[in-house]
Design a protein around this ligand. Structure first.
Ligand SMILES: [Fe+2]
Ligand SMILES: [Fe+2]
Length: 194
């Protein structure tokens, strides 16, 4: 079933299609995470990815329950968006040699996934409420909240250490030094930087 074809006749069909879309996406994420865990060299990041793999399995169970409540068979529909995000992450990871830079790339890729999931679950929970399915909306909101918390956690790890460690690997270049000096001057002058 493709988007905007005659297969989707009303909001109920659209809702079901989107539920199948995230069901497929979660299964792809479940398959992709072990590789990300293996590639991460930072213990906290590894632990964070592992925790989210466990969470992802629980999220799939919630989606199974949602299908059940709707009296629909749990099934996925191909989601090119998540396939693209995962494919891009694999491509980039394959091109990074340095471990610290790879950790930064892995977090960036994981956050792209989280943001995709947040937008999908946000819409799905809103639609479920509009369709009078508060029971299904609760399950979707539980997943939404976990995605938001994961994104926040990853953001924290990136800002606190991973990005700094990746940055430390930069080779000095005259043009960059100049920018850093300019930034230091702006900071010292008290003029807010843009
Ligand atoms: Fe998820
Ligand atoms: Fe997630």
């Amino acid at each position: 079933m493709g988007w905007f074809t005659a297969d989707i006749k009303n909001v109920d069909d659209l809702f079901l299609h989107s539920l199948q879309d995230i069901y497929y996406a979660e299964h792809q994420i479940e398959k992709a995470l072990p590789d990300m865990i293996a590639k991460a060299s930072d213990a906290e990041l590894k632990k964070g990815f592992s925790a989210h793999l466990k969470q992802t399995k629980g999220q799939i169970k919630r989606l199974d329950q949602a299908f059940k409540k709707l009296k629909e068979k749990p099934k996925g529909t191909k989601c090119p968006a998540i396939d693209g995000i995962i494919e891009e992450a694999n491509d980039i990871a394959g091109e990074v040699d340095d471990k610290m830079v790879l950790n930064a790339a892995l977090i960036a890729a994981a956050q792209a996934v989280e943001h995709y999931e947040i937008t999908r679950y946000g819409t799905l929970a809103a639609w479920a409420k509009l369709l009078g399915r508060a029971d299904v909306a609760r399950l979707l909101t539980a997943n939404l909240n976990e995605e938001k918390a994961t994104d926040k956690k990853l953001n924290g790890i990136a800002k606190r250490k991973i990005n700094k460690k990746a940055l430390a690997k930069r080779k000095p270049r005259p043009d960059r030094v100049e920018r850093v000096e300019n930034a230091a001057l702006v900071a010292a002058s008290g003029i807010p930087s843009i």
